[in-house]
Design a protein around this ligand. Structure first.
Ligand code: PMP
Length: 286
């Protein structure tokens, strides 16, 4: 049985408890992070901790524990659960004021809820999907306007994955005002020749930690990077496409709305970036 962390305690998952008045449960008033684990070590922990702080600050919340303590909890859970490849999920909410009220509770009276748990995913890095590539559809982006904050309001992304499933494909890219924002749980890219194109950072997308690392590695490898929005038609006519996220790393996209890219198999750029990303991330893992 898994050992999880809840508000200072390590417990068997069946004994972990959060109040029914928790604002995460009642109002999606919480933020989260997912950090991947390779070789029993954390990938890009600092990036995830920094983004957590940024998400919390945007919602007028403080870090529930210091970054050092957060790292210690991550490591303890990885060790206690014997995770070699997988993820650590973290969620912070504004806590349980003991009643339902739209107004934020006084943080001095209502402690935040901090929950962490691991997900064991053997074979995460050596994924068959990464060799074949994934197929996606486009859907309307009807989410709220602060997608840069990593909140637990994941209903629409979840519906998007169900629309993809109903269409017999793997995932969906969201489109707003004719332009691709991002994937349901990942950032979106197209490749034209030696140039990688991805939407620039703004409130419209989550500032992916994997995105930042991949763009840095791409530039170091002398690839051209253009941060601008693109349409689905431009994506369908691209040489390659791919997604990035902490749990998929770099994943080639080989079909968009039924249109095959590069003859329906991964090209050169995305697999190369995946290789570089995995190699460099393993070296820097803590
Ligand atoms: N965009 C969205 C909407 C996401 O949910 C995620 C993953 N949580 C990402 C992008 C990728 O971010 P990261 O590389 O930090 O996992």
């Amino acid at each position: 049985m898994r050992t999880v962390y809840v508000n200072g305690e390590y417990l068997p998952e069946t004994e972990a408890r959060v109040s029914i008045f928790d604002r995460g449960f009642l109002m999606a008033d919480g933020v989260y992070e997912v950090t991947s684990v390779l070789d029993g070590k954390l990938i890009d922990f600092d990036g995830h901790a920094r983004r957590l702080e940024r998400s919390l600050r945007a919602l007028d919340m403080a870090m529930p524990v210091s970054e050092e303590e957060l790292l210690a909890i991550h490591r303890e859970l990885v060790a206690r659960n014997g995770i070699d490849e997988g993820m650590v999920y973290l969620q912070v909410t504004r806590g349980a004021p003991g009643d339902r009220d739209f107004v934020f509770p006084d943080p001095d009276e209502t402690p935040q809820t901090l929950v962490l748990f691991t997900q064991d995913k053997p074979g995460l890095a050596d994924s068959p999907a990464a060799k074949k590539g994934i197929r996606i559809i486009s859907i309307d982006d009807i989410r709220w306007g602060r997608r840069d904050i990593k909140t637990v309001q994941l209903l629409y992304p979840s519906m998007g994955k169900m629309m993809a499933k109903a269409a017999g494909v793997d995932d969906a890219w969201m489109v707003e005002d004719g332009l691709v924002t991002e994937g349901t749980s990942n950032n979106a890219y197209i490749v034209k020749g030696n140039r990688i194109i991805t939407r620039g950072l703004s409130n419209d997308i989550l500032h992916g930690i994997t995105r930042a690392a991949v763009l840095r590695f791409a530039r170091e490898a002398q690839m051209e990077v253009e941060e601008r929005a693109f349409t689905i038609d431009e994506a369908k006519a691209a040489d390659e496409a791919f997604i990035t996220s902490a749990s998929t790393f770099v994943m080639p996209v080989v079909e968009i709305d039924g249109v095959a890219l590069g003859g329906g198999s991964p090209g050169k750029v995305a697999p190369r970036l995946r290789e570089i990303y995995l190699e460099e991330s393993r070296k820097a893992a803590i």
